[in-house]
Design a protein around this ligand. Structure first.
Ligand code: ATP
Ligand code: MG
Length: 396
């Protein structure tokens, strides 16, 4: 039998995809393979709607699991022991596993659960569980069965070719494999929300790129580095992507000079959207993504969002629209962006911040203000001035 560690990877929602199921499974297996490419002696195979990963014993199981867990579309992962599909072999594997747990963690009780995927196997699931349990009990004098709160709950997954024993189901992020749902351009600030929004769209299978606006020299070099750090943290999940960095100061200076101060916030947002839309059209991104959230700040009232949307033709996806801040923070901590996001560097939105921003902008007034400048030329110049940095996933 194969001497490598085995992992069972479950595909979650991918399994619901009907006719497209093989396509989604293939994409998922490809992603798993890609993330494990720096590991030696790895094999990724699809069977019965599951993905079986084998990796050299030299690699710690936790490391392999952590890597697989970053793949969108994975619902859970179980490090497993592989045995032949016969009762004695399964019982022996169970005994070895329980003894190892007793020696290592001092477990006192166990329970066996079984599922017979191979219906031609002569013993039904409940009986299989009780027979393996009885054999293990006889062989492990120090252990008892506890069906309510066992120290070790051992699953037996009996399949035609081989069977698998495991005790853990480590949850993945779920979602859909990257590359199965188009490409979006994310407006990435240095804040808490936009990295989470980027992550959430990528989790639905969307490839992403990002655009960041700064107001150098009003915003510092450190603020830009912060955004690059955030982008790299997101790239851990989204794979390699381009970050387009644009200086918004020329636009902001003109707006300050020619338009009412209280409209600055909404005007800046509309320009950000249009510049992003221009970049998107040149990088084949079909939607814009923002971390906006209904009611969070003055620029995110329903009225402001409507006036913002009016500036562009591309759909604007706002995955955080109905989240509470506490939920967004919890997600940011989970994906590892929070600590960077709270570093206190200035954002371009805080430069020229109006004292009393309009919270219910009227489109008519905003269009009138914009008619005082040559928007088209400003947008084209800003989009063309972008510097593009490619973000590579890095351990974060
Ligand atoms: P965040 O935590 O994402 O910064 P926020 O609550 O601070 O969000 P705003 O500053 O109003 O909200 O920005 C709303 C959204 O606009 C952000 O989530 C982001 O998508 C986009 N955005 C804001 N500032 C920038 C920027 N400097 N560059 C690119 N996008 C930005
Ligand atoms: Mg912000």
């Amino acid at each position: 039998m194969d001497d490598r560690n085995v992992f069972i990877v479950r595909c979650g929602e991918v399994a619901l995809k009907g006719m497209n199921k093989p396509y989604f499974e293939r994409m998922l297996a490809e992603r798993v393979k890609k993330l494990l490419r720096r590991y030696e002696n790895v094999d990724v195979a699809r069977r019965d709607g599951l993905i079986f990963v084998r990796a050299d014993k030299a690699h710690a199981r936790e490391d392999v699991v952590a890597e697989i867990a970053k793949v969108f579309g994975v619902s859970s992962i179980s490090p497993a022991v592989e045995t032949a599909s016969d009762l004695d072999a399964i019982a022996n594997a169970a005994i070895a596993l329980l003894r190892e747990r007793a020696a290592r963690d001092g477990i006192k009780t166990f329970k066996v659960e079984a599922k017979r995927a191979d219906k031609s196997f002569p013993i039904k699931s409940p009986e299989l569980a009780s027979r393996v349990g009885a054999l293990a009990l006889r062989a492990c004098a120090d252990l008892k069965v506890d069906v309510h709160k066992p120290d070790c709950l051992l699953f037996v997954d009996l399949r035609k070719e081989n069977s698998y024993l495991y005790e853990q189901k480590i949850p993945g992020f779920g979602g859909l494999p990257l590359g199965t749902n188009g490409k979006g351009l994310s407006l990435l600030s240095g804040g808490i929300d936009s990295p989470v929004a980027t992550f959430m769209m990528a989790r639905r299978g969307m490839r992403v790129e990002a655009v960041h606006f700064h107001s150098f020299p009003y915003t510092s070099e450190r603020a830009r580095e912060k955004v690059e750090t955030l982008a790299r943290a997101v790239a851990v999940y989204c794979g390699r992507f381009d970050l387009h960095v644009i200086n918004l100061l020329p636009v902001q200076e003109l707006l300050v000079e020619r338009c009412p101060e209280e409209e600055m916030t909404i005007l800046v947002r509309r320009f950000m959207m249009r510049i992003a839309e221009r970049v998107a059209s040149e990088t084949a991104c079909g939607v814009l993504i923002t971390g906006e959230n209904l009611g969070q700040v003055a620029s995110q009232t329903a009225e402001s969002l409507i006036v913002t949307d009016e500036a562009v033709k591309l759909p604007v996806m706002r995955p955080l629209i109905a989240f509470d801040k506490a939920e967004i923070i919890a997600k940011a901590k989970e994906i590892g962006t929070y600590e960077t996001s709270i570093l206190p560097y200035e954002d371009c939105c805080t430069v020229f911040l109006p004292k009393h921003p309009v919270t219910k902008p009227k489109l008519k007034n905003i269009l009138l203000s914009e008619s005082k400048l040559d928007a088209e030329t400003l947008i084209a110049a800003a989009a063309a001035s972008r510097e593009t940095v490619t973000m590579y996933p890095q351990d974060f």
